[in-house]
Write a protein of this length. Structure first.
Length: 253
C-alpha cells in the first residue's frame, strides 16, 4: 500500500521522538516538562536551548534557531529537507519510497551495501596504520609531518600495505569481489581482483553525514610512482563535492 509524501513525512516524525534525536548530539537535562541543553548552533555557554516533547519542537532563546525534528537535522547536518527526511527514515529503519529518493528498493539496498563495505574498508585501513608492523614507515612519515596520534584517530587515517591483494584477502567470507569493485576500493584485471591504494597512506573522504564515500592515497616518500596523490574513482555513492576532504588533507601532507 502506497502512502502520500505527507503521510510518509508523518510516519517518520512519529518514529523520531525529538528528545531522542536532539539528545544524540546535545546533552539534555530534564526541567519539568521541558529539556534544556547547550545550543549546538552558536557558541553557547549557558544552556539556552529548550526542547518541548509535547509539541515536538525545539528553540534556542539566544540565537532564535528553532523548529521541529526535521529542522533540527537540517540545521545540524547542513542538509535539505529531503535529505533530513532520508536521514531520519534510515534512523527509524523505514524504507524510503521511490518518489522521495528517485531510487527503487533494490537500488536503496545496493547503496546500503556500498556504504557498509566502505565503512569496513575505512576501519581496515585505520587498524592497519595503528597496529601493523608493515605500517611503521607510514607512521614515521605522518609523525614527521606533525600529525599527532589524536589527529590520525580523529580523521581516521589509514595505510594499505604493499600487497595488491591485501584488502581482497581481508574481505574473503565477508564481501564478494564485485562489491569491492562497485565501491571502488578494488579493480579487476584479466578476471582477477586487485586492490587500489597499494602502499599508500589513506585519507578517507566523507560526505556531509560522515559516511565514507571514497579514499585518497598518498605515496610514501622514496617510493616510485608517478602519482603522488591518487583519489579513488567515483562510485554510485560518491560525488565530486566529497573530494574536498582529500584536498584539505594535502595541505598538511
Amino acid at each position: 500500500m502506497s502512502v502520500s509524501p505527507e503521510e510518509f513525512k508523518e510516519q517518520v516524525r512519529s518514529h523520531s521522538e525529538i528528545v531522542a534525536v536532539v539528545g544524540e548530539s546535545v546533552a539534555l537535562q530534564s526541567k519539568g516538562r521541558e529539556f534544556v541543553g547547550l545550543c549546538p548552533f552558536h557558541d553557547d555557554h549557558n544552556p539556552s536551548m529548550r526542547v518541548y516533547p509535547d509539541r515536538g519542537t525545539f528553540r534556542c532563546w539566544s540565537c532564535q534557531t528553532g523548529g521541529d525534528v526535521f529542522t533540527f537535522v537540517m540545521e545540524r547536518e547542513k542538509v535539505t529537507f529531503p535529505e533530513a527526511l532520508e536521514i531520519l527514515a534510515r534512523r527509524a529503519n523505514l524504507e524510503m519510497p521511490k518518489y522521495v529518493t528517485g531510487r527503487t528498493p533494490d537500488q536503496e539496498n545496493t547503496r546500503g551495501k556500498l556504504f557498509e563495505v566502505l565503512q569496513w574498508a575505512e576501519n581496515a585501513y585505520h587498524r592497519c596504520l595503528l597496529e601493523a608492523p608493515a605500517a611503521e614507515t607510514a607512521r614515521q612519515y605522518l609523525s614527521s609531518r606533525g600529525l599527532t596520534d589524536e589527529t590520525i584517530r580523529r580523521f581516521r587515517l589509514g595505510y594499505h600495505p604493499d600487497n595488491w591483494e591485501w584488502l581482497v584477502d581481508q574481505a574473503k567470507g565477508k564481501y564478494p569481489a564485485k562489491l569491492l569493485n562497485d565501491a571502488k576500493v578494488c579493480g579487476e584485471k584479466n578476471g582477477r581482483p586487485y586492490d587500489f591504494f597499494v602502499d599508500r597512506v589513506i585519507f578517507p573522504i566523507h560526505n556531509e553525514r560522515g559516511n565514507a564515500i571514497s579514499f585518497g592515497g598518498r605515496i610514501l616518500p622514496g617510493k616510485e610512482d608517478k602519482a603522488k596523490y591518487w583519489n579513488g574513482p567515483e562510485s554510485t555513492v560518491s560525488f565530486t563535492t566529497g573530494m574536498c576532504g582529500a584536498l584539505q588533507v594535502r595541505s598538511i601532507t
